[in-house]
Design a protein around this ligand. Structure first.
Ligand SMILES: Cc1cc2nc3c(=O)[nH]c(=O)nc-3n(C[C@H](O)[C@H](O)[C@H](O)COP(=O)(O)OP(=O)(O)OC[C@H]3O[C@@H](n4cnc5c(N)ncnc54)[C@H](O)[C@@H]3O)c2cc1C
Length: 428
């Protein structure tokens, strides 16, 4: 290899196998910090010949810890950090290990942006291949909707170019199907002009959170494409609702009046913002998560979330973000990403630092994640714990059979299984 190869027992092994979510203390057979595509191919060839599963590490921020796996060979793309921006074509190409902050810093330098997540340290590929819970998706679609092309190393060690007219089946599958189909060494994204977001935030505290969630649900049932909306419950601070309107200041001011009227019991905090490459970076931690995608906030779902908030006071967090507009209108089968139609992506998370708090965190997330499921249509695969095949099949819904066929064609031995796994057709 041109890059570094670390086997179990060698110096640096224990440090290198750590991922962002410290809850996952996994022991790979070896970790290969690949320097180039030849290294990636060599690792995949070796793993296939010896039937060793491969885990792919991009930005290392998987909530489920998928960047590292027991008894697997880790393909670490931490050195794939190249970013190039074509201002005239409004596109950017990034290596498979690039973080959001590096992509955004490069595109913002020429006044352009593509929808990404809120934490600058998260890997672009890990986020975009799973779909993306992103800001600006109402106007521009979500992260996977803006992938123009990609380069993929398959389980056979082939290097393929993917795009609208090149390996179309794989191009369809990687837009939502996660890391199931190979190692993505490059992704190309469409870019847009930067817009100012005009924001109103309502800090609602701990009283009647279920009621506040119902109001929020009514407000976001139909929105202009310019609107971004989030309902959050902080473990210490309680509930807050926020709305951002992208673009025209006068239109924003008029629209935000509806929100002020609905949440009149508190004063709105007004601000403006532009995309920030760092976003809100979360320090490495141990965290349990579960997710749900709600097509609308039913009374039952609002009750569950209200109860979850109170039961988790002090240790549980809820984040619920609107998916609407362009991201919602793209057809269910146009890409593998299944969260189409207007809806709210819910993330329940609970962190701990003392080992004795782990069980409480996991219990809270599991209990309220399960309680939400009857009112949900699937979940965002990046917001759930490592999950059994039945849950993954249910989440991908009508897209699952096609995904399973493509998986059987390109990865029949399921080498790439450290992910929310799509089983090759014969096994599914
Ligand atoms: C603090 C924090 C904030 C977050 N905020 C958001 C958000 O705002 N929006 C959102 O949508 N998500 C968000 N997420 C979830 C995030 O999208 C996932 O955790 C994602 O898996 C992180 O990707 P990564 O490359 O950093 O992770 P890694 O652990 O490196 O990779 C996770 C998995 O993704 C796949 N993968 C990654 N890179 C490649 C590649 N180059 N080729 C093939 N497969 C690959 C592999 O299956 C890999 O195992 C957040 C997560 C954290 C921890």
């Amino acid at each position: 290899m041109h890059g570094r190869f670390l086997r179990d027992g060698l110096n640096g092994y224990d440090e290198a196998r750590k991922v962002w979510n410290l809850a996952y203390d996994r022991h790979p057979l070896a970790m290969a910090r690949c320097a180039d595509i030849d290294d990636v191919r060599r690792c995949v060839d070796f793993a296939r010949r010896h039937s060793i599963p491969v885990s792919v590490r991009g930005g290392g921020h998987s909530y489920a810890g998928f960047g590292v796996a027991d008894a697997a060979l880790q393909v670490d793309l931490g050195a794939f950090t190249a970013v190039s921006v074509d201002r005239d074509r409004r596109s950017a190409s990034v290596g498979g290990g690039v973080r959001i902050r590096d992509l955004l810093a490069a595109t913002l330098a020429v006044g352009l942006v593509t929808p990404m997540g809120s934490c600058g340290a998260v890997g672009v590929a890990g986020l975009a291949l799973a779909g993306g819970d992103t800001s600006g998706r109402g106007l521009f679609g979500t992260a996977c909707d803006n992938i123009l092309g990609a380069q993929l190393v398959t389980a056979d060690g082939d290097v393929l170019e993917l795009g609208p007219h090149r390996n179309e089946d794989l191009f369809w599958a990687i837009r939502g199907g996660g890391g199931n189909f190979g190692v993505v060494t490059r992704l190309d994204f469409r870019l847009y002009p930067v817009l100012t977001s005009h924001n109103a935030q309502f800090d609602l505290g701990w009283s009647d959170i279920g009621g506040a969630i119902r109001i929020f649900g009514d407000l976001v049932r139909e929105t202009p494409d310019e609107v971004r909306a989030v309902f959050e419950v902080g473990a210490q601070t309680g509930a807050s609702a926020s709305c951002g309107y992208l673009g025209d200041a006068a239109a924003a001011a008029a629209y935000l009046e509806t929100w002020k009227a609905s949440f009149r019991r508190v004063e709105a905090k007004m601000s403006t913002s532009k995309p920030n490459p760092e976003g809100e970076v979360w320090a490495t931690t141990s965290v349990a998560v579960d997710g749900a995608f709600l097509e609308r906030v039913s009374d039952e779902a609002a009750d569950v979330l209200g109860r979850a908030a109170l039961a988790g006071r002090g240790f549980g967090e809820i984040l619920m973000g609107l998916s609407s507009g362009v991201a919602a209108r793209i057809g269910m089968t146009d890409t593998a990403y299944p969260l189409r139609g207007t809806g709210l992506s819910v993330l329940l998370s609970s962190e701990w630092t003392r080992p004795e708090d782990r069980a409480r965190a996991e219990r809270w997330v599991a209990e309220y994640g399960a309680a939400l499921r009857p009112w949900a249509r699937g979940a965002y695969v990046n917001y759930i714990p490592p999950s059994p095949p039945e849950r993954i099949r249910e989440i991908y819904g009508v897209n699952y059979p096609r995904l399973a066929r493509i998986k059987a064609r390109y990865d029949p031995a399921n080498l790439f299984r450290s992910n929310q796994n799509i089983l090759p057709e014969a096994h599914s």
